[in-house]
Design a protein around this ligand. Structure first.
Ligand code: 13P
Length: 254
């Protein structure tokens, strides 16, 4: 089954809403319809820029999907500073990054909270981009595959088979994020195969073959081709190199 690759820009805590508008506009001049027919392009600005980017995508009919970088699992409540799934859905956000390693590392996110978020995102008909990946120490100890497969098992534990097939997973080794030291395509391919194996054991071969799995971690216009050449890898989740529309467009075009 042919999976449509998905390339997502995770801007993290960068760009005001004004800078976000400029970046998306520039990106739209740099990408052709052919590019965005072939590759699903998702832009994930910070919360404060979602409304501005939504407006420009809709007004100019830009072929980009709108993504958020995180979400709370409850629909509403006394959770100061949090943003709920219906708030995102009302902005026609279609994708939500869940369980990014920076949230796990700096904000105490656990597999249990990630599991609740995944269910909440599906509950509002959005697509989660579930991030998994091992640390340097875990890889050195030969535990990379174990860590990644147990994250998938626990994080997707509340997700049924129909929804699971729509999941996007980003394999992002923590040591490769923002370091300029990307994973080798061979190691990334091995991790992605392990992710599909665990999906097959949890759900079915069909689900394992339908889920799109991205690679993330120091992806640039210079190395994207090596990753896209690995048949198991269906796109990329791009941090630093997505801030510059010219470089991000080259990544999409690879
Ligand atoms: P970099 O591309 O900056 O390494 O970040 C990867 C990432 O964390 C995307 O979510």
């Amino acid at each position: 089954m042919a999976r449509r690759p998905v390339v997502a820009a995770n801007w993290k805590m960068h760009k005001t809403h004004l800078e976000a508008i400029q970046t998306v506009q520039k990106l739209s001049y740099l990408l052709s319809k052919e590019d965005t027919d072939r590759i699903e392009v998702v832009v994930c600005p910070p919360f404060t820029a979602l409304r501005a980017v939504q407006t420009i995508i809709e007004a100019d009919r830009l072929p980009f999907a709108l993504g958020a970088q995180d979400v709370h699992w409850e629909d509403r409540g006394a959770f100061t500073g949090e943003v709920s799934p219906p708030m995102l859905a009302a902005l026609r956000v279609t994708h939500v990054i869940v369980g990014h390693s920076e949230r796990r590392q700096h904000f105490g996110e656990t597999d249990a909270t990630v599991a609740r978020k995944l269910r909440a995102v599906f509950g509002h008909d959005m697509t989660p981009i579930l991030c998994v990946g091992e640390t340097d120490d875990e890889r050195e100890a030969g535990r990379a595959t174990d860590v990644v497969t147990s994250q998938v098992r626990e994080d997707a534990s509340k997700v049924g088979p129909d929804q699971a097939a729509r999941l996007v997973i980003a394999y992002e080794p923590v040591w490769a994020i923002g370091t300029g030291k990307a994973c080798s395509p061979e190691d990334a391919g091995e991790a992605v195969r392990a992710i599909r194996d665990v999906l097959e054991s949890m759900y079915s071969t069909d689900v394992a073959e339908s889920v799109r799995v991205q690679y993330g971690g120091s992806v640039t216009a210079g190395n994207i081709r090596e990753f896209m050449a690995v048949p198991e890898i269906d796109g990329a989740l791009v941090g630093g190199a997505s801030l510059d529309p010219e470089e991000f467009a080259l990544i999409v075009k690879h």
